[in-house]
Design a protein around this ligand. Structure first.
Ligand SMILES: Cc1cc2nc3c(=O)[nH]c(=O)nc-3n(C[C@H](O)[C@H](O)[C@H](O)COP(=O)(O)OP(=O)(O)OC[C@H]3O[C@@H](n4cnc5c(N)ncnc54)[C@H](O)[C@@H]3O)c2cc1C
Length: 377
């Protein structure tokens, strides 16, 4: 039976960043396989997001999200520059209405505790010079927020990983894992329906970076105490695209929702300069990427609070992504959950749960944190 030192399950941006980091920091004899159930990498949450490089403003101080977003943002800008990946420091305005000034003050306090040092208060006058179509009484400006070509990032990570010896296996779904003799036997199903083959291999270390399917995979690991597998809640975020000329030059965010379920329906730009609004927040029972036309009214109401000139006929349903949340609609905020032997008692296994936003921004820092762990010596 073929043997690898490390198997990474999932070629989303997190699995790819892990593959690149391990390959770069280990000798070639440390063999790595990266398995992906889809035909290509990054076809799930990693290509269904806002592609924003977050500054690290809102997260609970001391949380992994706060720490890894900040570190990840620095690493990501550096990586983009070194590898010629399209990105832009667009900057972002967080805009508030008269009664919301306190929320902005809270945001500044949290950002400062998180080490975000460049957040600036903006006068109404300065905002209207920069963004004349935006209605707000108060605003903050984050110069270190930006946008990135996430597909370009993932392609570069994969190319580097493969060059450093990683074996990449698309169309390969892990269907069962058995912990055995200090390692794992991994059973996979390879190919397309009608042409499936089964293939098993051994590995010493296993990382579960399966995104929305991380819990499902964890439940298929024989020998793992399932009491450690957290509940999964699916929270869909839809986007509506704005046709015509972009009315903004920066990203425009309202103050986040009070229940902390989302950042509020904001305006982001893509690298071609097109504006899209979203994502909203809607808990769903299954992975369903439809963008219901009925969400339009919710979007129009939310957008007109800061962009009263919106022509609703220019809004078009676009795409959606699904957040793998660890808290349900009743509220609460969960941190990224990274479990290793200290949590679940199984040597050589690392599992990542709840890798929602800012997972793209934090991906390189997540990979660094895990690859530098003593587990993999
Ligand atoms: C609406 C939305 C907006 C967001 N906006 C931003 C943003 O602007 N900035 C930001 O920093 N973050 C953002 N995020 C978060 C970011 O997109 C995610 O944190 C990140 O993409 C997670 O990557 P991942 O690799 O963990 O998961 P995924 O991209 O889901 O990758 C997991 C992979 O595992 C594979 N897989 C699953 N099970 C198996 C199996 N059994 N065998 C083999 N392969 C398997 C899947 O096919 C998939 O390719 C957003 C998320 C959402 C939903």
């Amino acid at each position: 039976m073929e043997h690898f030192e490390l198997c990474i399950v999932g070629a989303g941006v997190v699995g790819l960043a892990l593959a690149e980091r391990f390959a770069r920091t280990r000798p070639r004899s440390f063999s790595i396989v990266l398995v992906e159930s889809n035909a290509s990498f990054g076809q799930e949450t990693s290509s269904r997001n806002s592609e924003v490089i977050h500054a690290g403003i809102y997260y609970t101080p001391g949380s992994l999200k706060a720490q890894l977003c900040l570190e990840g943002r620095h690493l990501l800008y550096q990586y983009c520059q070194q590898h010629g990946i399209a990105h832009r420091r667009t900057g972002k305005f967080i805009v508030a209405q008269e009664h919301e000034q306190e929320s902005l003050e809270r945001i500044v306090r949290t950002a400062t505790q998180n080490g975000v040092e460049d957040l600036q208060w903006v006068t109404r006058q300065a905002l209207s010079e920069e963004e004349p179509l935006v209605l707000a009484s108060h605003a903050l400006y984050s110069p270190s927020t930006g946008i990135i070509d996430s597909h370009g990032l993932m392609s570069a990570l994969l190319a580097e990983a493969e060059q450093a010896g990683v074996q990449y296996a698309p169309l390969t779904r892990v269907v069962a894992v058995e912990a055995q003799n200090g390692g794992f036997i991994v059973q996979t199903e390879c190919g397309t329906p009608g042409h499936l083959e089964f293939f098993a291999f051994r590995c010493r270390y296993l990382i579960n970076a399966a995104g929305l399917h991380a819990q499902e995979l964890a439940k298929r690991i024989e020998g793992l105490d399932k009491a450690n597998v957290p509940a999964l809640f699916l929270s869909r975020g839809c986007y509506f695209r704005l046709s015509g000329k972009a009315p903004f030059r920066h990203l425009i965010y309202p103050v986040p929702e009070q229940n902390q379920r989302g950042l509020g329906i904001h305006a982001t730009l893509d690298l071609a300069g097109q504006v899209r609004f979203g994502p909203d927040v809607e808990y769903v029972d299954e992975i369903d990427y439809r963008v219901p036309e009925e969400r339009r009214e919710i979007f129009v109401d939310a957008i007109r609070r800061y962009y009263p000139g919106l022509d609703a006929s220019q809004l078009h349903p676009d795409y959606s992504g699904i957040r793998p949340k660890l808290c349900g609609p009743d509220g609460g905020v969960a941190d990224f959950l990274i479990q290793d032997e200290a949590t679940h008692g199984l040597p050589g296994l690392v599992q990542l749960f709840g890798m929602e936003s800012p997972g793209l921004t934090a991906s390189l820092a997540i990979a660094r944190l895990i690859a530098d762990k003593g587990t993999f010596q």
